[in-house]
Design a protein around this ligand. Sequence first.
Ligand code: NDP
Length: 481
Amino acid sequence: MEKLRNYIDGQLIAPKASKYIDNYEPATGKVYSLIPDSDETDIELAVQAAERAFPKWAGLSGEARGKIMQKVADGIEARMQEFAEAEAKDNGKPVSLASHVDIPRAVSNFSFFATAIRHFANESHYMEGVGFNYTTRKPIGIVGCISPWNLPLYLFSWKIAPALAAGNCVVAKPSEITPYTAYLLSEVCIEAGMPAGVLNIVHGLGTSAGDAIVKHKKIKAISFTGGTKTGEYIARTAAPMFKKLSLELGGKNPNIIFADCDFDDMLKTTIRSSFANQGQICLCGSRIFIERPIYEKFKEAFVAKISKTNVSFPQDPNAQMGAVVSKPHMEKVLSYVELAKEEGGTILTGGKQIHLPAPHDQGYYLEPTIIEGLAYDCRTNQEEIFGPVVTITPFDTEEEVLMMANSTSYGLSATVWTQHLSRAHRVADRLDAGLVWINDWLVRDLRTAFGGVKASGVGREGGWEALRFFTEPKNIFVKNG
Ligand code: NDP
């Protein structure tokens, strides 16, 4: 069976303790490779390599670093199909989704920050008659990047690319559930001539390898995307060490549909925003609020379309949805369907596991599920499910829908559907969210700030925000002569 290796100091090496974890294929439920079960010894090696590499990497011009990063982007692009197939096998998502969304976006992440760093300017503030200030921004040193399983290479590269562009050396850990494309990325980095130690990819569990990154004294900043509970733990552990923290956490996003929306456009996009990637995107709109005059029309059309979804194995070119990422996750999602029933919800479609024919009979397939009749403040409507499950709820007034939309502890993103210009702006302005889409969903411009409020996180990624996070400002004052 294939054994993945860590990428440390420019080499692909086995974990020091020679321990491995099984890597499951969600489409079949079978183990198909082994992942290093790295611990603090492996993280220590990665930190030492990063420490050696840092002076030279930080001393290169942004342009020179960008050239190497562009080679990484080109290297992924050249192996697009292989990366897409690997991502689908590891995660359970359709190959078509990985080849249209995940992998192209990983390419863009590297090429965007490879050039963004050339435009990143220092600030200067002139004080009339006194002097002036200029603020330099230097790399932090060694930084840690920890990412989740839902958009494996997409989110991994979204952190690594700005960190490297800003001149830092990185110790990164992908999710142990979806490590494969991070492994392929190490091969690409070697081919691209990434200097040894600049990027180190260490595989393993969050509680051992991840924890060792968070606790290492020489790692000065942590960029983390994952669950709110893990984020809480990381904040508690890293804050007393005065580490810089960027935390992108969970969501329970509202999708607000007013009666005057473009119905067909809304329906098409709402299908995606509910169930893309089996509902395992932090930005999916899992609570759908519909203005009462179109509630029945929406319900009928939405249920009719969703009940015909083709849930199939990732390699099926006609698959609209694939498998969810793991057995425990599938069980968690199903437990929420049971909870919804206990809370008085009606399952309009879905709610069950799907058993495909062999060899996919042990895979983790779920029916896309629509639930109605739940109170806005019940657990099903307040807790993150992170699977193919949405609730639909009617509303009568703007005030009421804003109250329901803002009622959760989360505040990542929101979607608003209306043709009424001033209402669109008014509602967007009052939503507790870091990102709002009006009449669309998941349109991303990599220059914009990305992240959430409340329990959805601290800090922002994207564009200058990411480059600011991965640099330390120093203000220097000069008196007028
Ligand atoms: P987890 O929080 O379980 O894990 C995220 C990463 O952290 C994994 O690499 C994990 O390793 C690691 N980890 C776990 N425990 C620790 C620890 N004690 N110290 C250091 N690292 C640790 O999240 P999931 O992987 O389950 O991802 C799903 C979550 O991610 C959802 O809540 C989702 O909303 C959120 N998310 C947020 C996004 C955003 O931008 N706001 C985007 C995408 C997802 P391991 O896999 O080995 O456990």
